[in-house]
Design a protein around this ligand. Structure first.
Ligand code: TYD
Ligand code: MG
Length: 456
């Protein structure tokens, strides 16, 4: 028998080498090379399915190529349609990544069940038919056009696809599949790459959209990450804090739309609910103002959202003061505290400071700085901020309030939700026509101006 042919693959970035390496020359990670058997059979065997047969191609002038516009399919899920850039493009290959248990299977099964106008094949290598049926009952929708297949061999799946010719294919998950053409075990880098490549060929040649579900490892990368990211047309990340109900579907790469779109869901006992107006749930309902709370007018992706920041400042009883934040970068919190100390003279160095973004969301928008500072000051002074006030501004190292993007959008959203005044950077004021808004717009130049305006 011929000796099995093996290669070494970096489990982080997918780079390959004929010998073992301690440090990957392509991504710089240590100790990530693993030996995998790649013994390929001859290539004629590879494409058994009729879809996957290569037809001879010839070059066309770019101006002669016809585009079929508005062919996007409606998935009957407004948030997912939005993230995909306005619906599902025929022949697209979409990767949905997320940590285990975040709700990827639930989301895709719900999509499969609500699209009653399409024939959908949901292939699962993770759960049994009964389990999937139970989940469907829990979600409470029935669709006789949704078919479940429990199969992990790509060759068998291709035969089913040939026979059935579905409108949409969902694979749960790519890490459980294996192809006969490669000898290494399911879930290894070379298997994932080859399986994804076969579905890429299938989706392009049959013009059937394929969703691939992929698990993300603890540090936030897809297992076998980069190899999949460049092969697919769209990468969506499903994220959220498991202790809270909210889930965010973020587009990381999209060949057919913008990557700044984002969809919001809430996990309920009957599956995922679309959240079309996030601000209303992200601001806790309260009748009277409490100290330590400030509302930030943020923009996540392209969507304006009002988010509550909560701070607690108390005297440090023992030793080193604690600084802890959830949903906000701890280093950024330390930076804001240093600016408060140095530029405004607040002695926060001897205080414990806790910061929390309500709803378990992680916010990247720098415009949240101003609300964070306002909530810290409010807690420190023990003076509440009016529930009708919100903030949007970035804080610079010299204590200046810096201009932010999409300021009009934020003001509009704040006005729509019944806020009466919004603090913004003075440098943003030029660009906006304040006569257009009923809400009071208060410009700030320095961080100290915020303090005097709020508490003096
Ligand atoms: P799941 O879709 O299995 O996650 P993934 O495929 O990303 O691993 O979701 C699992 C979690 O969702 C599980 O902890 C239970 C919860 N869940 C609900 O809260 N309500 C529901 O209706 C369903 C179906 C799941
Ligand atoms: Mg799952």
């Amino acid at each position: 028998m011929a000796k099995a042919k093996t290669m070494f693959f970096c489990q982080n970035c997918g780079a390959q080498s004929s010998k073992w390496l301690g440090r990957c020359p392509s991504c710089g990670e240590w100790n990530t090379y693993v030996e995998e058997v790649i013994q390929r059979e001859d290539h004629n065997h590879l494409h058994r399915s009729s879809f996957v047969k290569d037809t001879p191609r010839k070059p066309h002038a770019i101006t002669d190529i016809a585009i079929d516009r508005e062919q996007r399919a409606d998935l009957h899920n407004a948030e997912l349609n939005r993230v995909l850039g306005g619906g599902l493009v025929p022949g697209s290959l979409i990767l949905i990544g997320g940590e285990p248990g975040i709700g990827k299977s639930t989301l895709m099964l719900q999509v499969a069940l609500t699209c009653t106008d399409k024939k959908i094949l949901y292939i699962t290598g993770e759960e049994s038919e009964q389990q999937t049926r139970m989940r469907a009952d829990r979600v409470g929708i029935n669709n006789d056009q949704c078919f479940i297949l429990t199969e992990t061999s790509v060759q068998m799946i291709m035969e089913h696809l040939d026979a059935m010719n579905p409108d949409i294919v969902i694979i749960d998950s790519i890490q459980t599949l294996y192809t006969d053409t490669i000898d290494s075990s399911a879930g290894s880098i070379s298997q994932i790459r080859e399986c994804a490549a076969e579905f890429q060929r299938y989706s392009k040649l049959s013009q059937t959209p394929v969703f691939l579900i992929g698990h993300i490892t603890k540090d936030g990368t897809l297992a076998g990450p980069k190899i999949l990211e460049h092969m697919v047309d769209t990468v969506l990340n499903f994220e959220g804090d498991r202790n809270y109900g909210y889930r965010i579907l973020r587009s990381v790469k999209n060949r057919f739309g913008s990557t700044s779109e984002l969809g919001i869901y809430e996990m309920t006992d009957k599956g995922l609910r679309e959240v079309s107006n996030p601000s209303e749930i992200l601001i806790s309902q309260r009748d009277e103002a409490v100290s330590g709370i400030a509302i930030a007018a943020t923009v996540e992706g392209l969507r304006p959202m009002l988010i509550e920041t909560q701070a607690l400042v108390s005297s440090a009883a023992y030793g080193t003061p604690q600084r802890s934040s959830t949903g906000f970068d701890n280093r950024r919190l330390n930076m804001l505290l240093a600016v408060l100390e140095k530029r405004c003279g607040f002695r926060l160095g001897v205080k414990d400071i806790f910061l929390n973004i309500a709803g378990g969301l992680k916010v990247d928008d720098p415009a949240i700085d101003l609300a964070v500072v306002a909530s810290i000051l409010s807690s420190n002074e023990d003076i509440p901020i009016s529930t009708k006030t919100c903030f949007a501004g970035e804080v610079g190292l010299s204590g200046e309030i810096r201009a932010i993007s999409r300021v009009e959008q934020r003001i509009l959203e704040a006005e729509k939700l019944g806020f009466e005044r919004i603090y913004i950077s003075q440098y943003n004021q030029k660009g906006i026509d304040s006569k257009k808004f009923d809400i009071e717009i208060l410009p700030l130049k320095k961080m100290y101006d915020l303090f005097t305006s709020l508490f003096r």
